[in-house]
Design a protein around this ligand. Sequence first.
Ligand code: UDX
Length: 436
Amino acid sequence: MQIAMIGTGYVGLVSGACFSEFGTTVVCADKDASKIERLQAGEVPIYEPGLEDLVTKNAAAGRLRFTTDVASAVAEADVVFISVGTPSRRGDGHADLSFVFAAAREVAAAMQGFTVVVTKSTVPVGTGRELEAVLRESAPQADFAVVSNPEFLREGSAINDFMRPDRVVIGTSDPRAQDIMRRLYRPLYLIEKPILFTTRETAELTKYAANAFLAMKISFINEMADLCEQVGANVQDVAQGIGLDGRIGRKFLHAGPGYGGSCFPKDTIALVKTAQDAGSPLRLIETVVAVNDDRKKGLSGRIVGHCGGSVEGKTIAVLGLTFKPNTDDMREAPSLNIISDLTAAGATVRAYDPEGMPEARKLLPQAVFCNDAYDAVTGCDAVVIVTEWNEFRNLDLKRLKSRMASAIMIDFRNIYDGVTASAAGFTYSSIGRPRP
Ligand code: UDX
């Protein structure tokens, strides 16, 4: 069995490397020649723990190859995964499928023998059907089946999520395609992971429903945190108190600065559009989107409030820039709102992130980038923790304070507690917890 993985972005690269680790031969194809050259040299262009080792190991074993020649990768393949980008379309928020259909036309021109064409990218309901029509039109004689197999990978733990998923969802009614997909995921049957076979539309919608539900949990607990602040309750205890109820579950109930990243913001908006177009609006998810947008826009206001009503002429340290730890991804990160709004309000921002700074330098030229947390707080009036990287969890708070002009700590991830921060001399505020 051989796989062609079209698109070596985050999803394609992780999935390709993991399938090759399962023992299948994988050829990853991408139009971006410089990216392919780097990958051929064993250099992984994204930061994802464990990925570089996996790529190097399987490339050396001959199971994982990289090419710009999409046609020959497809011609040799039994299964073609389409894992190109599906960004938000400018103007209307729908997923932009132009890359998916461009890839489909190339696949149509090159596929030989029975070929399973799988959408791995997150695509709106009905895309599989459209894809099938495009392939049929371009290659009327070809023997193929179109399958939806959405990914549920989290950045930062993508390899583990692929190797030990909660479930795999496969949408197809074609028995030959079902058989091939079953063989592809055989290693997961061996460790008794559920593989759900369903229709294509159901698989496509399941992916959006999962992301929308998780985003809803986050917006729920974020609003609850705001209420906790007003009534003197503790959101972490509320989250635990409800999360221990197995029907609710403890995960994704961490209050914070609002969700970001490449999936939740884009997919919730795309699902809202799909539902509106289908005449069956999802009012809950529309509100989730609005709650999250407002939250991110309000972050700088919270900081200004904690700094006595104005940040003009003040210097603020921002620790953590990526949308979450263990990634270099800055997409939709709350730090983007915070830093642009604070600098617009007349503050100087000194920023540090363990992996996100190359990208952040391009997006936030107005910030001063520093070497570590202690360097970032030097001379600052306040320090704001925006991303919960492990290296921020155990800072020497006394040393931190000694470098600052005044000791205000705003902890948007609740990684410290009021007692510890106050003992080090900080005026401390966090999310949804009573002030010390
Ligand atoms: C998400 C989904 O988890 C994954 O299944 C899907 O395939 C892609 O989208 P990812 O975007 O990598 O993965 O990150 P995730 O860990 O889910 O976090 C998303 C955002 O939610 C981050 O900004 C994170 O900080 C925030 N979050 C998450 C919270 O604010 N609170 C939580 O309790 C959990």
